[in-house]
Design a binder for this molecule. Structure first.
Ligand SMILES: Cc1cc2nc3c(=O)[nH]c(=O)nc-3n(C[C@H](O)[C@H](O)[C@H](O)COP(=O)(O)OP(=O)(O)OC[C@H]3O[C@@H](n4cnc5c(N)ncnc54)[C@H](O)[C@@H]3O)c2cc1C
Length: 348
């Protein structure tokens, strides 16, 4: 009986077209190994989801991939838009086969090959056959939830989006790390009345050194309000109930927008369905650090996916370039690339 599904064949299927999935494919292509990247979203979906005009924390030299310089117009850190343009130009430069808006829904072994089932945004089901799999699926599959009643109300969001939307509105930002602090500042500048609610007694100690003075000064001078040592326990129509952690005292506060900036969770389902071992409270992916091969032969992991759900990013682009090189070296039968000897650069 003829196979009704469209089928493509490649040597290495790279799941994910984020920076590290793309870099891995380029490293492989440069060694004459065929690749295909599939992404369930657009190119660089995680970056595309940043709010408009967000600047990277890392300098351009640290997040450029495959040796292609990332040049910014003002010699500053790159914006979201500059980086997305950069990714498009890198893909074009290497003529990299990439299919976007095509989700990998399952991968099974068929003899000495793998068979991946995919679904396009338009609902087409397809099959990709490959000798090897690289899972570069990132660690931000879904936003963390508070787990309180009312969380699905339409004024609750996880993405800052375009700050202009909050002009003249009362916004509560939940969180105490970089994204929460940056969002609070941008929203206040866009004309919102902003309150930060954070369960700790102060902002996170690892707030970037150039964000901290600004957010602290805004809070000190009352331009941005802060409720530290407090948490949201319920979300009603146009209001939230805030509980003081110290004594459990509750107050209800009117709010127009509630922005949850409390991090992301990884989705280990694809790894688990293939039998890859996950470990620890992050559900990090167990792998051989020299080859990035998981506990399933022929299946490699690259990029932030390695570390599962990260409270704060410990694995990010800067320290994942080596994953791409190690996978390519392993598949090409080359010696293991040494740990990168990075020049001392200013802290990102
Ligand atoms: C606000 C913010 C600022 C950041 N700033 C920095 C910084 O300054 N420096 C730095 O190094 N890092 C930074 N990071 C982290 C950085 O964005 C990630 O480290 C980086 O995107 C990781 O690249 P990756 O290729 O490993 O994964 P990702 O970029 O997450 O790419 C994974 C891709 O896999 C796709 N995918 C997942 N599952 C499937 C599936 N089943 N089928 C098909 N496709 C799938 C996703 O759509 C996604 O495009 C920041 C993150 C955030 C949120």
């Amino acid at each position: 009986m003829p196979d009704p599904l469209e089928r493509s064949v490649t040597t290495v299927l790279v799941v994910g077209a984020g920076p590290i999935g793309l870099e891995t494919a380029i490293e492989l292509q440069q060694r004459g190994i065929d690749t295909l990247n599939l992404d369930r979203g657009p190119l660089g979906a995680q970056v595309a989801a940043f709010p408009p005009q967000t600047r990277w924390f890392s300098g351009p030299e640290r997040i450029s991939i495959a040796g292609v310089p990332l040049v910014t117009v003002d010699q500053e850190k790159a914006t979201r838009e500059e980086y997305l343009a950069y990714l498009r130009s890198v893909v074009a430069q290497f003529d990299l086969p990439v299919r976007t808006y095509e989700s990998v829904t399952s991968i099974t072994r068929k003899g000495d090959r793998f068979e991946a089932r995919t679904r396009t945004l338009g609902g087409l089901e397809r099959i990709v056959e490959a000798e090897r799999i690289v899972l570069a699926v990132g660690g931000t599959a879904r936003p963390r939830r508070l787990g309180v009643p009312g969380e699905d109300r339409p004024f609750v969001s996880h993405d800052l989006g375009e700050p202009h939307r909050c002009f003249g509105r009362r916004v509560i930002v939940v969180g105490g790390k970089n994204s929460a602090a940056e969002s609070a500042i941008r929203l206040w500048r866009a004309g919102a009345s902003v309150t930060i609610v954070h369960h700790r007694d102060a902002l996170h100690p690892r707030i970037k050194y150039w964000i901290r003075p600004e957010i602290e000064s805004c809070i000190r001078s009352g331009l941005i309000h802060a409720r530290f040592g407090a948490r949201i326990v319920a979300i009603g129509p146009g209001s939230v109930t805030i509980e003081r952690m110290e004594d459990g005292a509750r107050t209800e506060e009117a709010v127009d927008d509630l922005l949850l900036q409390i991090g992301f969770e990884a989705d280990g389902a694809l790894f688990e369905s293939m039998g890859c071992e996950l470990h620890g409270e992050n559900a990090a992916v167990r792998h051989d650090p020299e080859t990035m091969e998981t506990t399933v032969a022929g299946v490699h992991v690259a990029g932030t996916a390695v570390n599962g759900t990260q409270g704060s990013f410990q694995v990010y682009i800067e320290n994942s370039h080596i994953h791409a090189q190690r996978i390519a070296a392993a598949l090409a039968g080359e010696p293991v690339p040494p740990d990168p000897d990075l020049p001392e650069l200013p802290e990102a």
